[in-house]
Design a protein around this ligand. Structure first.
Ligand SMILES: [Mg+2]
Length: 371
């Protein structure tokens, strides 16, 4: 026994079980993109239990109901595999990646394993009595956020109206979905939104993979006088050569990354200069362990990193990301959380509570239960 014994909180926690609950929460602004239309968000709530009594939490946005069921199935099996082990996120992440290598760590499996990773980091930070942002070496300073709650595919007049509504909570930036069947509608909608929000507000545009390379270049040039902050995911998400071609033709920065499958994808995208900005999705990049690895690679080339969905979790990660850029804000989880994120003058700070600071509102969970 060392004379200077430092308590090791992670090895003090041992995984004892997992609880998942499926809720379908209403969306304040129904969201139609070029890929799908949604009026409620299917969320899977995860509680990782430890023998020591600390509970680590995470939630996943599952896109579809079948996604929530499949992810839950994998998650319970994976939790059985690690039952009794020390709650050490990086080690558990490596172990589970091996166990699921032959099935394939991607899609639903990737998301299930990410939820375990997130919950284990949460438990570790709770045991250390620190907000996760600080546990990861960051601070609780506010992060600039844009409102992504609505502005799906809609006619110009409706989009202009909704854009103004989205600024109400104090935001100075909003994201608009485009990718209408014809170019002219895209230009009309974007022009109407820019006129409605004025010059001082940042406007991001997301095509949700709707276009071809030549069309993406044409539509990007169409918007060149509207001061668009970034153009996001115009084409199939993993056509990195296609993105490099688009980026070389357009002056407006290109944003990709919400579909990066593991941190290695950051390296691949940088290698071909596919885009100016990357946005990481905590579930697809491999949880908190995967995010840190991806963000470290991006930092080596000074690439700005934004987040995709999960603002309550991502805000802690951006706080510890060297090239942190924008937090994507959606209010979807508000109804099932005791203390939703607070927006202050367009910024959001990690909450000063242990871990992620996620506490379920049992009333909300019961009301929207879809188990
Ligand atoms: Mg997107």
């Amino acid at each position: 026994m060392s004379a200077h014994h430092v308590p090791d909180y992670q090895s003090a926690l041992h995984i004892s079980g997992v609880r998942t609950r499926f809720v379908k929460v209403p969306m304040r602004f129904p969201l139609g993109t070029s890929a799908a239309a949604m009026t409620s968000a299917p969320l899977l709530l995860v509680d990782m239990e430890t023998k020591e009594g600390v509970v680590g939490r995470a939630y996943l946005f599952c896109y579809r109901e079948s996604g929530a069921k499949a992810i839950s199935e994998v998650l319970h099996e994976a939790a059985d595999l690690i039952s009794g082990m020390p709650a050490s996120p990086a080690k558990i992440s490596a172990l589970l990646a091996r166990r699921y290598a032959l099935l394939g760590v991607s899609g639903i499996v990737r998301m299930a394993l990410a939820a375990i990773d997130i919950a284990l980091w949460d438990a570790s930070a709770i045991a250390a009595n620190m907000p996760l942002a600080e546990y990861l070496g960051g601070s609780l300073e506010p992060i600039p956020a844009y409102n992504s709650d609505g502005l799906g595919l809609m006619p110009a007049d409706k989009a202009a109206e909704e854009a103004v509504q989205l600024l109400q909570p104090g935001f100075h930036a909003v994201k608009l979905r485009l990718g209408h069947p014809d170019r002219e509608t895209d230009l009309q909608v974007a022009t109407a939104v820019r006129a409605a929000i004025g010059k001082g507000v940042e406007l991001m545009v997301d095509y949700n993979q709707a276009l071809t390379v030549p069309d993406a270049i044409r539509r990007g040039l169409d918007l060149k006088d509207l001061n668009i902050y970034w153009l996001e995911e115009q084409i199939r998400h993993n056509d990195l050569q296609g993105y490099a071609a688009i980026a070389s033709e357009l002056a407006t920065p290109i944003q990709i990354g919400e579909n990066f499958d593991g941190p290695e994808a950051v390296y691949d995208a940088m290698a071909v200069k596919a885009a100016d900005y990357f946005m990481l999705d905590i579930a697809r990049i491999g949880g908190i362990t995967g995010w840190q690895r991806g963000a470290a690679m991006a930092a080596a080339r000074g690439i700005p990193i934004s987040s995709h969905l999960f603002p309550e979790i991502s805000v802690h990660l951006l706080a510890a990301t060297p090239t942190a850029h924008w937090l994507e804000y959606v209010s979807w989880a508000d109804t099932i959380l005791k203390e939703p994120l607070q927006i202050s003058n367009g910024n959001i700070a990690p909450p000063n509570r242990p871990g992620l600071g996620l506490e379920w509102s049992e009333e909300g969970v019961q009301r929207y239960s879809a188990d």
